[in-house]
Design a protein around this ligand. Sequence first.
Ligand SMILES: Cc1cc2nc3c(=O)[nH]c(=O)nc-3n(C[C@H](O)[C@H](O)[C@H](O)COP(=O)(O)OP(=O)(O)OC[C@H]3O[C@@H](n4cnc5c(N)ncnc54)[C@H](O)[C@@H]3O)c2cc1C
Ligand code: FES
Length: 256
Amino acid sequence: MQDESGRIEETRCLGENYYLLKINTPLIAREAKPGNFVMVRVSPSLDPLLRRPFGILQSDPPHIWLYFQVKGRGTTLLKNHQCGDRLDILGPLGNFFPELPGKKILLIAGGRGIVPLFGYAKTHAAQQPLVLLYGGRSAADLHLLAELGAMPLHKSHIFSEDGSCGEKGLLTSGLEKIITEQRPDATMACGPEAMLAALAKMLKAKKMENYVSLEAMMGCGFGVCHSCVVTAADGRYRKVCDEGPVFPLEEIRWPT
Ligand SMILES: Cc1cc2nc3c(=O)[nH]c(=O)nc-3n(C[C@H](O)[C@H](O)[C@H](O)COP(=O)(O)OP(=O)(O)OC[C@H]3O[C@@H](n4cnc5c(N)ncnc54)[C@H](O)[C@@H]3O)c2cc1C
Ligand code: FES
């Protein structure tokens, strides 16, 4: 884990409150693995006090790329930064998606859940068959399609609830058919909790390895404050920041 002052080298607004930042952070970029995240101090002052967590979209040393959605005060401050500004960044943090050599993997991304899966796709698509299932409410929630299209993915399925991009419907409506046709050995998913809970129900009876990347409210990001706990299937707690954010799907207790 590094505490690094990163220099912003590119900012891109993707419309509807989504932004991309390219940040020069050689130490963090060198260590980062697909699924890791960083804690970013969004303002040079102590207000807001807590750093905000963001997944690493892509690590391309000496740079990392962040892709974020404006939600509240912290992300509004972050989007207002300009090229040349410096950001205090802690990372890489957390675990990462496992290596599953030779296995066919179905990547399931809901909206900005594409973040931890993007880097995995980029680094693994040339070595093993990856099938992408990517969905959101509308085209305004689905970005990076050109970048994903340039990767040698085995197959891509895009869904939007309003039909403005790809097939119309929830991405979960396409899951059964894709699994029957593609017969993946494993799934890796990230997205809103309701989507992940629905996936957990649908994948329960299937004989596959399933992994999810979770989000939780975070204070420290490295295991000290316990603000990020989730309940595991065994009734104990797991800290998303340092035991995750990637967990086997069945290890988590999902709302029924
Ligand atoms: C491991 C991890 C990786 C993440 N990766 C990304 C990413 O790549 N891109 C991205 O856009 N966002 C990501 N998030 C969510 C991001 O951290 C929050 O959206 C951000 O902290 C909100 O800060 P804010 O000050 O703008 O919002 P606040 O003013 O603090 O809150 C505004 C709203 O955002 C919600 N919110 C706040 N924190 C979180 C959170 N941690 N998760 C979900 N909702 C939250 C609040 O419930 C509230 O409704 C990630 C979160 C975690 C834990
Ligand atoms: S955020 Fe502090 S322990 Fe996880």
